[in-house]
Ligand binder design. Structure first.
Ligand SMILES: [Cu+2]
Length: 176
């Protein structure tokens, strides 16, 4: 008779399923609690996007609006979509547009929106292992550190696009 062993198999697999379901629920619960705790003090990220690349292009920019409830700095950015990422500032220097990494990170004053946008502050993604086509997304980790050295991390998903997404809140770009 094979029945007892089949029954045993059924039982054990059912238990395994139940155990893993319970574990997933617990993990989910802990995850929700954790994200709520983080959200309470997290830096608000809006209108985030990455400029799409063409084959052969190994660097691109990521843009977003950051608003932190308390004063902090964006000190590091990482993503599996790039070999490395830096926070850059772009400005005119003797009529030449120059990009330089912000050594101390990007200052985020309390309650003030800071724009990372084409032509200004931006996140530079370099050493791209493969092109980033429009319509795809990439995961990005933002690391913030305040004056006391307290770190916060934001895991976000950025849409890849060939131009800035439409936003009623986006500042007008004026050409003179
Ligand atoms: Cu740059």
């Amino acid at each position: 008779m094979q029945l007892p062993s089949i029954f045993f198999l059924f039982r054990s697999s059912r238990n395994t399923v139940l155990r893993s379901a319970t574990r997933q629920l617990l993990t989910l619960g802990a995850g929700v609690l954790l994200s709520q705790a983080v959200l309470a003090q997290a830096v608000q990220v809006e209108n985030a996007w990455v400029r799409a690349t063409v084959p052969g292009q190994h660097a691109t920019g990521a843009f977003m609006r950051l608003t932190s409830a308390s004063a902090t700095r964006l000190v590091a950015v990482s993503t599996p979509a790039a070999g490395f990422a830096e926070v850059h500032e772009m400005r005119m220097d003797n009529n030449v547009m120059k990009m330089t990494p912000l050594k101390d990170g990007l200052e985020l004053p309390a309650g003030k929106a800071v724009e990372l946008q084409p032509g200004g502050f931006h996140v530079m993604l370099m050493d791209l292992p493969k092109p980033l086509p429009a319509g795809s997304t990439i995961p990005v980790t933002l690391v913030f550190r305040d004056a006391k050295g307290v770190e916060q991390r934001s895991e976000i998903t950025l849409p890849v696009s060939s131009k800035a997404p439409m936003s009623p809140m986006a500042p007008m770009e004026h050409s003179h």
